[in-house]
Design a protein around this ligand. Structure first.
Ligand code: IPE
Ligand code: IPE
Ligand code: MG
Length: 244
C-alpha cells in the first residue's frame, strides 16, 4: 500500500489548490456496517477531520471548508441531531488551543441562530479566539444550504436597492459573491465527497461553478491523509479550462 510519505513526494507543493471543500459523508453507513449506532460514525469522523485540518496546515493551504450540518439535516432524529451538536461543542473546546497554535482562523458558514445557546456560545468562543489568526481559513458549514445562502444574499442586495443605497446596474458577480458567507475567499478549486454518492447536496452552489470534483467510495471515518493527498495529486493532473 502506498504511504503518505510517498504521496508527499509526488505532490507539487507549488501548485496546490487554494481552497478545498469537503462533504464529510458516510458516517452513518460506516457505523451501521460495523453493527454500531450511527452516532459512533460521527464520533469516528471527528478523527478524520482532525487529520485533514492538520495536513492542510502542514501544506499551507489557504482555505478548507467542511460540510458539517446542512439545512436539510434537521430532518434527522432528535437523538442524532443532539449528538451532532454535542460533538461540535466538544470539538470546538477541545481543539481550539491547537488550532490557534497552528494559526487557524475559524469561520462558520450558515445560519447559526437556530442552534441552542450552548452551541452558539461554543461557536462564538472559537471565532473570538481565532479571529486574529492568519493561517488556514477553516470554514465549518453549519445549518448551511447553498440555496438559502443565495436567497439571503439576494434579500440583502434587494434591501440595499430598495433603500436607494445600491443601483441595480451595480449588481455583478463580484458584488453578489461579496454577499455570500464566503465573501473575500477564493472559490473552492477542489471538492471532495467520500462515501460513494455523486451529488452536491446543496453545498456551495454558487462557489463551485468551476470546481474540480473528486469522489471516493471510502466513508468519511476511514478517510485519511492518504486519500486527501491522492485527491490533491489527481487535482494537479487535471486541465482546467474555465470555458476557454
Ligand atoms: C455525514 O454522514 C454527516 C452528516 C450529514 C452530519 P451521514 O450521517 O450523512 O452518513 P450516511 O451518509 O448516512 O452514511
Ligand atoms: C451532506 O450529506 C451534508 C453533510 C455532509 C453535512 P447528506 O448525507 O446530508 O446528503 P444526502 O442526503 O445524502 O444528499
Ligand atoms: Mg449522508
Amino acid at each position: 500500500m502506498v504511504t503518505g510519505e510517498e504521496l508527499l513526494t509526488q505532490l507539487n507543493k507549488s501548485c496546490l489548490p487554494r481552497h478545498v471543500a469537503i462533504i464529510m459523508d458516510g458516517n452513518g453507513r460506516w457505523a451501521l456496517a460495523r453493527g454500531l449506532k450511527r452516532i459512533f460514525g460521527h464520533q469516528a469522523g471527528m478523527e478524520s477531520l482532525r487529520e485533514v485540518v492538520k495536513l492542510c496546515v502542514e501544506l499551507g493551504i489557504q482555505a478548507l471548508t467542511v460540510y458539517a450540518f446542512s439545512t436539510e439535516n434537521w430532518k434527522r432524529s432528535r437523538l442524532e441531531i443532539n449528538f451532532l451538536m454535542g460533538l461540535l461543542i466538544k470539538y470546538l473546546y477541545q481543539e481550539i488551543d491547537e488550532l490557534c497554535t497552528n494559526n487557524v482562523k475559524i469561520k462558520i458558514l450558515g445560519d447559526i441562530e437556530k442552534f441552542t445557546p450552548e452551541v452558539q456560545a461554543a461557536i462564538a468562543m472559537a471565532i473570538e479566539r481565532s479571529q486574529s489568526n492568519n493561517g488556514l481559513n477553516f470554514n465549518i458549514a453549519l445549518n448551511y444550504g447553498g440555496r438559502f445562502e443565495i436567497m439571503e444574499a439576494t434579500r440583502v442586495i434587494a434591501r440595499k436597492v430598495a433603500a436607494g443605497k445600491l443601483d441595480v446596474e451595480e449588481i455583478n458577480e463580484a458584488l453578489f459573491a461579496g454577499h455570500l458567507y464566503t465573501a473575500g475567499q477564493p472559490d473552492p478549486d477542489l471538492l471532495i465527497r467520500p462515501a460513494g454518492d455523486y451529488r452536491v447536496s446543496n453545498f456551495l452552489l454558487w462557489q463551485i461553478a468551476y470546481t474540480e470534483f473528486w469522489f471516493t467510495e471510502i466513508k468519511w471515518p476511514d478517510f485519511s491523509r492518504i486519500h486527501f493527498l491522492q485527491a490533491l495529486i489527481d487535482f494537479q493532473n487535471r486541465e482546467r479550462r474555465f470555458g476557454g
